[in-house]
Design a protein around this ligand. Structure first.
Ligand SMILES: *Cc1c(COP(=O)(O)O)cnc(C)c1O
Length: 384
């Protein structure tokens, strides 16, 4: 993750964290220094302040910070008592953590296909997956819609299905925090939301971190206990089996500074994405954002005809333009997950997307000259 490139072929950063440091590095360093001076490394006042500001930003009543996005997901399944014999519905086109936490509690992930346009959970496939789970004698308990690449899932369609089958809705907005659905920010939708502050996410810390957002006070009490070894009235009383899953005070201090400029960064990302789409729409399948949604553009992902993607990546790499492929192998085909049930024998959209997608450099500090270099390189490579 290097500084912006100046030369015509100098390497470009995929996500430029150094550019953000140039803007707020001093403030972040001072905030970290203050924590170092206080020595309150665990549960310092910055943690509570960050939780309050995060909840206010998202329009949720409560935020419970924790050690990672993965742990945020796991804490919720633990809090809801999800267990062996329960089915948890996950899109197959996602980062592995969405499904990974399900076997942790002994439950069964059931994989769902995604929509061709938004890459998010397909409600029809969810209905099919629920039928598959019932036929296999599983108890449908939770659905985990993922706000993939920054765009909220189709909650208008998913929430009624969840209601019909009595499923809890756990929104995985690790990539979509700050996005909106019907003008509501992610974090204020469903029963609870899990998010991640991994450094490369739109709102990233200087290390691992995560949070849960919810309006449910009772759930918050359980989550706060679970993240501290299942503590009761104090840390020497254990009322449930928990884990060590707190957010470090230093990370909370970093995140407070990052949250202060997050709204502005989201606007900058939107500008970059719009410009990419204007410049690339004639040569590639550019991202489709549902009119009810706004994206935070965790990734800017284009679609190409099958067989074209890997050659393009090679040519771009030679010109100093990094790319990434999310995701080359959908979850239901991964060696550790392929024995779990899916909505169908194949999940055709996931499997096609895995051959077609490629993500271009995207961050809030991508200037027009660098963007033009990327776009020109893509166009040249596709024309060759
Ligand atoms: C990054 C990510 C996670 C996990 O977050 P960590 O903080 O890295 O544990 C979960 N789900 C999705 C969709 C992600 O992209």
């Amino acid at each position: 993750m290097t500084s912006p490139a100046s030369g015509a072929s100098a390497p470009i950063a995929f996500i430029d964290l150094a550019a953000q440091r140039a803007r707020i590095g001093r403030r972040v360093d001072d905030a970290v220094q203050a924590v170092l001076a206080s020595c309150r490394f665990i549960n310092g006042p910055e943690v509570t302040e960050f939780e309050q500001k995060l909840a206010a930003f998202a329009g949720a009543k409560y935020a419970v910070s924790c050690s990672s996005g993965t742990d945020a997901l796991a804490l919720l399944l633990m809090a809801w008592g999800v267990k062996a014999g329960d089915a948890v519905f996950c899109p197959a086109f996602t980062f592995c953590a969405t499904a990974e936490v399900v076997p942790w509690v002994g439950a069964t992930p059931v994989f769902v296909d995604v929509k061709e346009d938004t890459f998010n959970m397909d409600p029809e496939s969810l209905e099919q997956a629920i039928q598959v789970a019932i036929e296999q004698g599983l108890d449908p308990r939770v659905v985990i819609p993922v706000d993939l690449f920054g765009q909220p899932a189709d909650y208008d369609a998913i929430l009624p299905i969840a209601e019909k089958y009595g499923l809890k809705v756990l929104c995985d907005t690790a990539q979509g925090f700050g996005g909106t659905w019907n003008n509501r920010r992610t974090g204020s939708i469903g029963d609870a939301t899990a998010t991640s502050f991994f450094p490369a996410k739109p709102l990233g810390a200087y290390g691992d971190g995560g949070a849960i957002l919810t309006d449910n006070e009772e759930l918050v009490t359980i989550l706060k206990s679970l993240r501290e070894h299942g503590q009761g009235v104090d840390k020497y009383q254990n009322v449930r089996i928990g884990m060590t899953a707190r957010l470090d005070t230093i990370q909370a201090a970093v995140l407070l500074e990052k949250l202060a400029i997050f709204e502005d960064e989201i606007a900058a990302r939107e500008k970059v994405a719009r410009r990419y789409s204007d410049l690339l729409k004639d040569v590639a399948g550019v991202p489709v954002v549902d009119p009810r949604a706004t994206s935070v553009w965790a990734q800017y992902t284009i679609k190409l005809a099958p067989g074209v993607r890997d050659g393009l990546a090679e040519k771009l790499k030679a010109e100093g333009v990094p790319t990434a492929v999310y995701y080359r192998l959908p979850m239901h085909l991964q060696p550790a997950y392929r024995h779990y049930p899916s909505a169908g024998a194949i999940l055709p959209v996931c499997e096609a997307l895995a051959e077609e997608v490629i993500s271009l450099p995207m961050h809030a500090y991508l200037d027009e000259a660098t963007q033009d270099r990327i776009v020109d390189a893509v166009k040249r490579a596709l024309a060759a």
